[in-house]
Design a binder for this molecule. Structure first.
Ligand code: SF4
Length: 158
């Protein structure tokens, strides 16, 4: 088997985004790795399509019960987000992988920048819940925004 790499399933073309679409990056098909696709929000029991959701605090606080994730209907979906992130992390850890390619800006998968919780299309510094969990479990996470960095990093993955 090839090198295993965790990936947000929507980046491989799975229609699991909140709006029922995907965020496929076709260049990923040319990279010689064994993808382990996960969608933390579907895994947490949120169906597709689903209302968009934003984090109301940083990932660390949310995971420690001090913050929440709500959807655009005002419903608290924190437990679904945490459950899905934990199960998806487990799928990755079971394979022994050390690298993840994650969809930018998502409240689950985003790295470095996420929406600020106001549902006004405004970004702030921070990581999604799943991305944060991966990083504290020593999985190197690369944002889908940076295809050059993805190619460079995956060329070195053993
Ligand atoms: S960004 Fe993550 S949670 Fe959102 S659809 Fe893609 S894989 Fe699922």
């Amino acid at each position: 088997m090839g090198k295993k790499v965790l990936i947000s399933a929507c980046l491989l073309g799975k229609n699991c985004r909140y709006n029922g679409g995907h965020s496929q990056i076709t260049e990923l098909n040319e990279i010689d790795v064994e993808w382990i696709p996960v969608c933390p929000e579907e895994t947490g029991g949120l169906g597709t399509p689903r209302p968009s959701a934003e984090m109301q605090d940083n990932a660390e606080n949310i995971l420690n019960g001090k913050g929440k994730v709500v959807n655009n209907k005002g419903i608290n979906v924190t437990s679904e987000f945490i459950r899905g992130a934990e199960k998806s992390l487990q799928s990755g850890l079971e394979t022994g992988l050390k690298t993840a390619i994650l969809k930018s800006k998502s409240p689950s998968c985003g790295i470095g920048k996420i929406y600020d919780g106001s549902f006004t299309n405004t970004l702030k510094t921070g990581d999604g819940i799943f991305a944060h969990l991966c990083q504290i479990n020593e999985i190197t996470c690369i944002s889908s925004d940076n295809i050059n960095q993805i190619k460079k990093t995956l060329a070195k993955v053993k």
